[in-house]
Write a protein that binds this ligand. Structure first.
Ligand SMILES: *[C@@H]1O[C@H](CO)[C@@H](O)[C@H](O)[C@H]1NC(C)=O
Ligand SMILES: *[C@@H]1O[C@H](CO)[C@@H](O)[C@H](O)[C@H]1NC(C)=O
Ligand SMILES: *[C@@H]1O[C@H](CO)[C@@H](O)[C@H](O)[C@H]1NC(C)=O
Length: 312
């Protein structure tokens, strides 16, 4: 009798603790849509970006407020092991504008996708290259919504800014501070508050004016759509030593059997006719309504030209 109770208890502990979704097997990406229907939607991320297929679009440069050496007033940063990724949450007005965005966005977190060998863990592919690591800086429309959750799944409510990372022999000093927290978040549910916020801008590529832009989704369940994506062309670098910090992370709670946290990237999703844009220098703001206005305007010009030439 006692044995049965122990069996039931351990079954419960397994299922009560097991994640609702994962990166492999029955709860893996191929089956996410069964529990989270939006994951089977038409506008999903990540995608394969092909330079030859991208349309050029004029946009302003990004403006990064609070991302440099002087952090926003009262800013703080906390590192968390979420079991599916390692994430830095921020508080404070980290604001992103320009870059073809219609409104100002407030960044609230950054997290990573990688593979255990540090070879091909990125989510997007660029000209069929899969990079070792992809970093996502995530923000919400700060002018329209009160917080991240209320902005979710609204058109352009959320932005994700993606940076690819390569692995080299040289330490990247601009990532050193972030990695100091990793040994405090080995297990799922653990978190670590940094003594002071570190600058985020130097972790992005130097060139933040050359990027791809498209409409997609979150790359983890519930895969909410309405996400406006930025994928930088230039990549950043960290060293092998720095990468080894990722391999200390576990996807389980402390005291459970260790399951390394890695290979947390979703396969690329069908484009389904969506446009992918590459920024060129200019002043146009990017949005569906802008596209519409330009199309309408060009149609008018064409019609006028047509009647003018045929009436000659
Ligand atoms: C964007 O930044 C680049 C690099 O600094 C610069 O060459 C370009 O003139 C800037 N474009 C605009 C529209 O400000
Ligand atoms: C960081 O944000 C995530 C949601 O994205 C949340 O689950 C987690 O608890 C947060 N971490 C801390 C320490 O607040
Ligand atoms: C690190 O940041 C400094 C200051 O922002 C910058 O000059 C340097 O190029 C950055 N290094 C890398 C590898 O990005």
């Amino acid at each position: 009798m006692t044995r049965i109770w122990i069996l039931l208890l351990s079954l419960c502990m397994n299922s009560c603790h097991s994640q609702e979704w994962s990166y492999s097997g029955e709860t893996g990406p191929a089956n996410w849509h069964k529990m989270y229907p939006t994951c089977g939607g038409e506008n999903q991320s990540p995608i394969s970006i092909l330079t030859t297929e991208a349309e050029e679009m004029a946009m302003l440069n990004f403006t990064w407020t609070g991302f440099g050496d002087d952090p926003p007033n009262g800013a703080s940063m906390t590192l968390s092991n979420l079991g599916t990724t390692v994430q830095v949450n921020f508080t404070g007005d980290y604001l992103i504008s320009g870059g073809g965005l219609t409104n100002t966005y407030k960044a609230t977190m950054l997290h990573f996708h990688w593979d255990e060998n540090g070879v091909h863990g990125s989510e997007h592919t660029l000209d069929e290259v899969r990079y070792p690591i992809e970093m996502h800086l995530v923000g919400y429309d700060f002018e329209k919504y009160d917080d991240f959750d209320s902005a979710l799944s609204h058109p352009e409510g959320i932005i994700v800014v993606a940076t690819f990372l390569e692995i080299t022999s040289e330490d990247n000093p601009n990532y050193s501070e972030m990695f100091t927290g990793f040994n405090s978040v080995t297990y799922k549910g653990q978190s670590y508050q940094y003594p002071s916020p570190f600058p985020i801008l130097p972790m992005l590529p130097y060139n933040t004016w050359d990027f791809y832009r498209y409409h997609g989704s979150l790359t983890t369940p519930a895969c909410d759509e309405g996400v406006l994506w930025t994928v930088f062309v230039q990549y950043q670098q960290i060293s092998h030593d720095q990468f080894s910090n990722f391999n200390t992370l576990m996807s389980n709670f402390e005291g459970e059997e260790n399951v390394p946290l890695s290979n947390n990237y979703r396969p690329v999703q069908p484009l389904n006719g969506r446009s992918v844009y590459r920024r060129i220098d200019g002043e146009l703001a990017f949005s569906k309504s802008t596209e519409f206005r330009i199309n309408t305007w060009m149609t008018c010009v064409a019609v006028v030209l047509y009647y003018w030439t045929t009436s000659l």
